[in-house]
Design a protein around this ligand. Sequence first.
Ligand code: FES
Length: 101
Amino acid sequence: MPEPASAVALTVNGALVTVERGTTVAAALLMAGVATRTSVYGEPRAPLCGMGICFECRVTIDGVSHQRSCQILCEPGMHVTAPATESTNNAEGRQSSHREA
Ligand code: FES
């Protein structure tokens, strides 16, 4: 089935995500259930302010790190990587919400 003209397809940590045009990257991450950061104890963190102040939503977009995902709209073909998952993926490639002891 073809996507509606208002849909935007991008990848989040390598997984295809489709959102409505005008959706921020932060919203796409939340819809995909992806944490943007982890606390010092390994707990998942997510966008907090939604207006560019807290920097909790930083991700890598198309190879450019530390982009505030709440300030950027999804674009077709965009590749988004959340730093939280770069260090917490387990051997099977699944995201872990807690660090192993
Ligand atoms: S959610 Fe606070 S800067 Fe993006």
